[in-house]
Write a protein that binds this ligand. Structure first.
Ligand SMILES: NC(=O)c1ccc[n+]([C@@H]2O[C@H](COP(=O)([O-])OP(=O)(O)OC[C@H]3O[C@@H](n4cnc5c(N)ncnc54)[C@H](O)[C@@H]3O)[C@@H](O)[C@H]2O)c1
Ligand SMILES: [Zn+2]
Ligand SMILES: [Zn+2]
Length: 393
């Protein structure tokens, strides 16, 4: 293992998975990272989860620039503070953005609210229109990563977590309880915050309610955890992969439905929950399952869409039935959560054993194992694969 210490000019050698453009795939590359600028910190990455959103990017489902270091679900250790970043004694987890010390375990946020735009003023930082790290840090003033030939390389969502080190805005690095295992810390960065938040914050599931969760990847299983945490009476988990139903039961789902064709799945769900569920949450990103969710809630029930389709995909609504039955339809971005407020709480719940985040970790892999990990994600095989970076020699 080669120690990756800053080279003589203050830059740090980095290995990163770099997205090369839609259809062009990715490559693990050796890059150089500038020191943190004002308001930034350098983070030595410890772990990065592999989320289906990364696969959407690779597949060209979303319009994203290249080259960028991939990944948006990661945790690491603060290694250096840029000018103007506050420091404080000790190691206690704080929630004030910028309140960081070298050595903190931080979870990186893929939306770090600017604090000043209309969405932030409403307290909806997850909808911030100009988050820190916007533009994937490809604007000339924001570039910190470069190929040895000087080509600028961006950082996906401002954090590009599939890299041994990153420089990020201080607001994107949220300190959490250092007792949290690093793989679990990484998963708070996307799947857990997204899924638990969709259940508890966006949908607002209450004690005793009935819930259908469609799709049991890292996000959907986190929705199940959120529903259980909220005290749902029934949590019916749906996936096309039988092992996922088992996993969902282990984390608290009361029932499992193996997805077949849509009419059969709808029939089975309505047999289990006659009259429909209080809530249905879709965590795949398919029009057909979004429509299924609308069909399986009771009159007055709430449908929450979490899964993301390729850009431009539309789903159909039976408008008469929708209106007549008084259905509520919500979209959930980042679990309607402001990361600096929510990450420390979720970390506390995980450390206390109230949120079984560790059950999501299917396998620890290296950066060089990403290609098979993406193929596994495509098949729905396993919950989360997590890249774990070697500690420095
Ligand atoms: N809203 C947000 O803020 C947000 C954040 C993160 C991820 N996402 C999106 O959430 C979705 C899920 O992400 P993930 O990482 O959990 O994905 P994943 O691929 O790990 O999980 C998807 C699951 O759906 C199952 N599935 C696929 N097709 C199915 C079908 N027709 N019927 C039943 N089950 C089916 C798969 O077996 C798998 O278990 C993605 O679209 C991702 O982009 C949204
Ligand atoms: Zn994600
Ligand atoms: Zn904002």
């Amino acid at each position: 293992m080669i120690a990756r210490r800053p080279v003589g000019d203050g830059r740090t050698p980095v290995r990163a998975a770099v997205f090369l453009g839609a259809g062009a795939g990715f490559r693990v590359e050796d890059l150089l990272l500038d020191p943190p600028g004002p308001g930034e910190v350098r983070v030595r990455m410890l772990a990065s989860g592999v989320c289906h959103s990364d696969l959407h990017v690779l597949d060209g489902d979303w319009d994203r620039p290249a080259p960028v270091a991939m990944g948006h679900e990661g945790a690491g250790i603060v290694e250096a503070l840029g000018p103007g970043v506050g420091t404080r004694p000790g190691h206690l987890a704080g929630t004030r953005p910028g309140d960081l010390a070298v050595g903190d375990l931080v979870v990186l946020a893929w939306t770090a609210p600017c604090g000043a735009c209309p969405a932030c003023a409403r307290g909806e930082g997850f909808l911030c229109v100009v988050p820190r790290g916007a533009g994937h840090r490809l604007a000339p003033a924001d570039v910190r990563l470069r190929r040895p030939d000087g080509t600028p390389v961006g950082a996906y969502s401002g954090i590009g977590t599939m890299a041994t080190h990153q420089v990020v805005a201080a607001e994107a690095a949220i300190p959490v309880d250092p007792a949290l295992p690093v793989e679990e810390a990484a998963l708070l960065g996307c799947a857990v915050t997204t899924g638990v938040g969709a259940a508890t914050r966006t949908a607002g599931i209450r004690r005793g309610e009935t819930v259908v969760v469609i799709g049991l990847g890292g996000v959907g299983l986190s929705v199940v955890m959120g529903a259980v945490l909220a005290g749902a009476a029934r949590v019916v988990a749906v996936d096309r992969v039988p092992a996922k139903l088992e996993l969902a039961r282990e984390i608290g789902a009361t029932d499992g439905v193996l997805a077949g064709d849509t009419p059969a799945t709808r029939g089975e769900l309505l047999r289990l929950l006659p009259g429909g569920a209080d809530h249905a949450l879709e965590a795949i990103g398919l029009a057909a399952t979004a429509e299924l969710a609308l069909d399986v809630v009771r009159p007055g029930g709430t449908v929450t869409l979490v899964g993301m389709t390729p850009q431009g995909v539309r789903a159909g609504v039976d408008v008469y039935a929708f209106v007549e039955r008084g259905i509520r339809l919500l979209g959930s971005n980042y679990g309607s959560a402001v990361p600096a407020e929510v990450f420390p709480d979720l970390a506390g719940l995980a450390v206390a054993g109230r949120l079984p985040v560790g059950r999501l970790v299917e396998e620890r892999i290296g950066l060089d194992d990403l290609a098979p990990a993406f193929e596994a994600l495509r098949r729905g095989d396993g919950a989360r694969r997590v890249v774990v970076f070697d500690p420095p020699a």
